[in-house]
Design a protein around this ligand. Structure first.
Ligand SMILES: Cc1cc2nc3c(=O)[nH]c(=O)nc-3n(C[C@H](O)[C@H](O)[C@H](O)COP(=O)(O)OP(=O)(O)OC[C@H]3O[C@@H](n4cnc5c(N)ncnc54)[C@H](O)[C@@H]3O)c2cc1C
Length: 432
């Protein structure tokens, strides 16, 4: 351990991991604290039988440069390509749009009755997103937000393009309907959807194992409140293993949780920051990862998106495990989170559809894992850049406090990783 300051990072997801790693590298003593029984947050680490899986965030885009550099430095860890070619069911048949094959995609849109001005507008926006890095940072889209975010994405396009393109994208990447997304933040979504992806062959668990040798990772430890003396953060009250909260002193605290959890922790001591964070809404998701006794997906099918119903996307767990299917239940038809019985009936219905369309009749379930998140995806505010600027301004005057999370630069693992690193750097500058 370094002999620097003693710093608590609350939240052992990818944002907290990045922050803890950066602070540790600067020579500080770091404790990474999480209320769950294992680190990983919305990466959703778990076991399917004896196989490690990630039920949540797991695909790593080619544009995820900071995360990739980190994985190389701490590992290296093996990555395998995960082609993201989603199919739709059109007139009872699977129709696949390869995002690299833009002419076919455009033809499909036009044949489905999408007006030419909508196709042109969308193509232009996509071309701007293609050259961007997929982060909610000042640029073309944040400028666009100032005069476009008074109405949601769905009102910028007609119903055909909204149904065929926008809804699958927003629901799949954000659990949000196009009526709940704004153009200013949509550039980051588009850049990510148009990326190419890999997955960690052995999941993210080995990454956490490597890092737990660098700093203390405390699980089943819930941060209950901030300790603030004379306007300066002095520590945290932490409830460990279900016991009553105990006060622990730290030189600084970095909150790397979803915005509502951070709001609860700061609201009494820093009400302006708390109120800002409390504005951010999150949307739920439920995921089932099911292993079958045979391969379900034929070699040319990489995933299916559904136009309606609670299950919006399914795909194979990995290129080599086409016998294992991930079902994602999200969007308006999947709210509120289902009871166990409802979840079972959603799963059974989706399973029948997938098995029928993939011609895998007779497939039998062997194992399964389910995960639900009340706060799965951050729903960005209209003109979200305005919110982040205000938040950064307020945080600057909270001595000994920094914040990171998906509500700053975006939901992707890269955006969270960068938000964690940036929050750590901000704290280091202010502690210096
Ligand atoms: C189903 C799903 C699929 C996704 N797929 C992808 C993908 O393929 N690629 C991609 O780039 N992104 C994906 N994402 C998005 C990405 O996974 C998330 O945005 C990212 O993991 C969030 O990381 P985080 O560290 O900011 O938050 P989290 O992972 O939520 O971590 C926050 C942690 O804080 C802890 N915590 C909260 N409050 C407290 C408290 N009071 N005390 C102690 N601990 C606390 C929580 O237990 C949690 O572990 C997906 C998201 C979901 C839900």
């Amino acid at each position: 351990m370094g002999d620097g300051r003693h710093i608590a990072v609350v939240g052992a997801g990818i944002s907290g991991l990045a922050a803890a790693h950066r602070l540790r590298r600067a020579g500080h003593r770091v404790e990474l604290i999480d209320r769950e029984s294992q680190p990983g947050g919305r990466c959703g680490v778990g076991l399917l039988g004896d196989r490690p899986i990630m039920a949540g965030g797991r695909l790593i885009g080619r544009k995820y440069t900071a995360l990739r550099e980190f994985l190389h430095e701490v590992g290296p860890f093996a990555l395998e390509p995960y082609p993201l070619r989603m199919s739709r069911i059109v007139a009872g048949e699977l129709f696949t749009i390869d995002h690299q094959d833009r002419p076919t995609g455009l033809r499909h849109l036009i044949e489905a009755g999408t007006p030419a001005p909508d196709v042109a507008k969308f193509s232009y926006l996509a071309s701007r997103a293609l050259t961007a890095d997929g982060l909610l940072e000042p640029g073309y889209y944040t400028k666009l937000a100032a005069h476009s975010d008074h109405k949601p994405l769905s009102e910028h396009f007609g119903p055909a393009l909204t149904a065929i393109l926008l809804r699958p994208m927003t629901v799949w990447t954000h659990g949000a309907e196009p009526e709940e997304v704004y153009l200013g933040a949509f550039g980051a979504t588009l850049a990510n959807v148009l990326d190419d992806f890999d997955r960690l062959t052995d999941g993210i668990q080995p990454v956490f194992e490597a890092l737990s040798r660098q700093f203390v990772v405390r699980t089943r430890a819930t941060a209950d409140r901030l300790l603030v003396r004379s306007g300066r953060v002095r520590g945290l009250a932490i409830a460990e293993n279900g016991s009553a909260p105990r006060e622990e002193l730290f030189d600084a605290v970095l909150l790397a949780t979803p915005a509502p959890a951070a709001a609860d922790l700061v609201i009494d001591e820093f009400p302006t920051v708390g109120k800002l964070l409390a504005q951010i809404r999150y949307l739920p998701a439920a995921v089932a990862v099911v292993a079958y006794d045979r391969e379900i997906f034929p070699p040319d099918v990489w995933g299916i998106t559904f136009d309606d119903g609670p299950c919006r996307a399914v795909g194979p767990e990995s290129p080599s495990r086409r016998d294992t299917v991930r079902y994602i239940f999200t969007g308006r038809d999947a709210r509120p989170l289902p009871s166990a019985k409802t979840f079972e009936s959603w799963l059974a219905r989706s399973e029948r559809t997938v098995i029928e369309h993939c011609a895998a009749t007779g497939a039998i379930r062997r194992d399964r894992v389910t995960r639900t998140w009340d706060a799965a995806y951050c729903a960005y505010l209209p003109d979200h850049g305005d919110f982040t600027a205000k938040l950064r301004h307020e945080i600057a005057s909270c001595t000994g406090l920094a914040v990171a999370g998906d509500y700053l630069l975006g939901t992707s693992l890269e955006a969270c990783f960068r938000a964690g690193t940036a929050a750590a750097e901000d704290l280091l500058n202010r502690l210096a």
